[in-house]
Design a protein around this ligand. Structure first.
Ligand code: FMN
Ligand code: SF4
Length: 653
């Protein structure tokens, strides 16, 4: 078998796990407001268990709601009445042969005073990140009370049918705050020396062992390397290994290795530009230093890489985080020898952005069912081979065609270009975006397997489509780049960022990129890689308005290496060719500003083509024509795919 090591049984404490795959803890905000597990949350985990994963470590689960509430819909096991719903969760996971741990969590300084109504507590008064609200140092009495809450939570977990628990000692939450000299400035027995900084977790472990014995498995998640260089007191690999050895000596059953800190979340959950394996030296160091099982994440996007990590001896269990958000059947598809059918995570960070920036529950850019498994059950094959047409083969059109074909409709998809992909064929050209190509290939392959009749190089028109007598026409013809009607905008040397990214336009010399949304910055990323002198012009008061900080920092880290000139709060007014260069006129407040450049790349957004939808509506009637993706509302890959899914799922001919 190709994935031999992945499908070997594994052991943690006295447990036997059916394979070497673990779903690491990932907060979803799918719980009820009172902290109980909702049906939404239960079905989400059940689907991953059904998909073949060996061990689920469910999302961070609060041990105390008085001093630690991270989000509005955070799962908790801080009260006896939380047990009942968690029991439904463990039963649902067990039903499919997987095992389940809860990750026990207290946020310390990361907790939200707006949600608890009180100042947060921590080892000392150091805020989680500079500028965040300062916590107050815990008294010794409070430390004992929180230790007891961890123990009581573990007892409840056992009653709820969990197979074990994991202590969340990673990512600068309360346990990690005690570990770290950066956060822990205490001068009493809970600070200072290594032993002092370990005392809090030691007491938690002792408390749990005293109540539940050594047969109830206990894992601890830590950051093997906080990867926060230049910040005194944060922990490096040598510190992580010392903590690992200490915990092993305390008798824990497994260690779960993550990386990063509150000051560097990208080392834990990394953006698309990070290569799989970039942090595997950390897990390997633990595997070499310890004899207890090592679980580790490693930006695993496909089962071949997971298998190689096990073969190389990097870890004993591979943790598949976002890959299981993107495809709950990742493990089963690998087991069945169909790895090409795995829907790939594209590392876009949309899931994190929803949770951390917008306070929404998690959803996934490529998997519209994620978190809605409880309502979006299969519609079965109700299409009866009745004809439908999808006009446009971008992400929305492909997803729409896939769902319709799965429902058993006879689907014809028209794409005017030579290949499927649409906007994905632009999105995958900038540096390090191969995962988008992988997504396009996966989506195209799925259509092929489902027998969708794909007509490339053919534009759908009402006349051609009429011959098929479709019951529904799904217009997914994308959107066009906005080119504002400004003086000189059509001058030679002025082109859209999309044309440049696609290689249809060749910028010469010094290039001004007007607009710093994702497309503008991706064009700038490519220009920087080509060694071009660059000017970034943005109408808003900051570069990358609306972009998630992790993605923005990642891309700007590369662009800044080229020392671009950056003009924010500058609005484009006109462009004029003056000899061999272009004169660009901008407004900055009431002032006029002029720039010279050899080329201009316009990245001012896209606008849907309403006329395309209307012409189909005139032919077939508005009730049979559905605009999807950018043809309905310009947006991101996530919104395009979701819209294609929704329309096809809800379609009632
Ligand atoms: C939406 C989301 C929520 C997360 N919540 C948690 C959490 O509750 N506890 C935790 O230890 N790590 C959390 N993480 C980190 C993941 O466990 C994992 O370390 C990270 O996603 C990297 O692994 P991957 O590359 O396989 O996705 C979260 C990650 C994501 C994407
Ligand atoms: S939202 Fe993006 S990063 Fe998150 S799981 Fe889905 S594809 Fe991966």
């Amino acid at each position: 078998m190709t994935f031999e090591r992945m499908f070997e049984k594994g052991r943690i404490g006295g447990l036997t796990i059916r394979n070497r795959t673990v779903m690491p803890p990932m907060g979803t905000d799918f719980a009820n407001h009172d902290g109980t597990a909702s049906m939404r949350l239960i079905r989400y985990y059940e689907e991953r268990a059904k998909g073949g994963v060996g061990l689920v470590i469910n999302e961070y689960t609060g041990v105390d709601e008085t001093t630690s509430v991270p989000t509005n819909y955070n799962l908790r096991i801080s009260q006896d009445w939380h047990i009942a719903s968690c029991e439904q969760l463990t039963e649902a996971v067990h039903r499919h042969g997987a095992l389940i741990f809860a990750q026990l969590h207290h946020g310390g300084s990361t907790s939200k005073p707006a949600l608890t109504g009180r100042q947060s507590i921590s080892a000392s008064d150091v805020p989680a990140v500079p500028g965040a609200p300062a916590p107050r140092p815990m008294t010794v009495g409070e430390i004992s009370a929180i230790v007891r809450k961890f123990t009581e939570a573990a007892i409840r977990c056992k009653k709820a049918g969990y197979d074990g628990v994991e202590l969340h000692g990673a990512h600068s939450y309360l346990i990690g705050q005690f570990f770290s000299p950066y956060y822990n400035k205490r001068t009493d027995e809970y600070g200072g020396s290594f032993e002092g900084r370990m005392r809090f977790i030691d007491e938690i472990i002792d408390g749990i062992r005293a109540e539940l014995g050594t047969s109830f498995p206990l894992s601890v998640r830590i950051c093997g390397d906080e990867m926060t260089p230049g910040v005194p007191g944060t922990l490096g690999l040598a510190d992580g290994l010392a903590i690992g050895r200490h915990l092993q000596d305390k008798g824990i059953d497994a260690i779960n290795i993550s990386n990063g800190s509150a000051l560097n979340g990208s080392a834990n959950c990394d953006p698309y530009s990070c290569r799989p394996g970039w942090k595997k030296h950390v897990a390997r160091a633990f595997k070499e230093a310890l004899f207890i099982p090592v679980i580790a994440t490693n930006t695993i996007k496909d089962p071949y890489f997971a298998e190689s990590l096990l073969k190389e001896g990097v870890c004993d269990f591979v943790a598949l985080g976002r890959s299981l958000i993107a495809d709950p059947d990742f493990v089963r598809k690998a087991l069945e020898g169909k790895p090409e059918e795995i829907r790939p995570c594209i590392g876009c960070m949309y899931c994190r952005e929803r949770l951390l920036v917008h306070g929404n529950s998690v959803s996934c850019a490529v998997n519209p069912r994620m978190g809605r498994e409880y309502i979006l059950k299969s519609r079965g094959r109700d299409g009866d081979l009745r004809p439908v047409v999808v006009a446009g083969g971008g992400p929305a059109g492909m997803e729409c065609a896939r769902v319709l074909a799965e429902r058993g409709f006879r689907v014809t998809l028209y794409e005017k270009g030579p290949a499927l992909g649409g906007a994905l064929n632009i999105a995958d050209k900038p540096p390090r975006k191969e995962l988008i190509t992988k997504l396009t290939d996966y989506m195209a392959d799925a259509l092929d397997k489902l027998g969708v009749n794909v007509r490339l190089n053919t534009e759908a028109t009402p006349e051609t489509v009429r011959r098929l007598s479709p019951l529904g026409v799904f217009v997914a013809c994308g959107a066009s780049p906005v080119v504002p009607n400004l003086p000189g905008i059509r001058s030679e040397g002025v082109f859209t960022a999309e044309d440049f990214i696609m290689g249809k336009a060749k910028p010469a010399g010094r290039t001004a990129v007007i607009g710093t949304g994702l497309t503008g910055l991706e064009a700038a990323d490519m220009l920087t890689e080509m060694g071009r002198e660059l000017i970034l012009v943005e109408m808003m008061d900051r570069v990358g308005p609306g972009l998630f900080a992790v993605v923005l920092d990642d891309i700007m880290g590369r662009i800044n290496r080229g020392n671009p000139a950056i003009l924010t709060s500058h609005r484009l007014v006109s462009i004029k060719r003056a000899g061999s260069s272009l004169k660009i006129m901008l407004k900055h407040g009431d002032s006029d500003v002029s720039l010279e450049a050899d080329s201009v790349a316009l990245a001012l957004g896209v606008s849907p083509d309403a006329a395309a939808v209307e012409k189909f509506e005139r032919e077939f009637g508005a009730h049979r024509v559905f605009a999807v993706g950018n043809a309905s509302r310009s947006g991101r890959i996530a919104e395009a795919i979701r819209s294609g899914f929704e329309r096809a799922f809800a379609f009632e001919p």
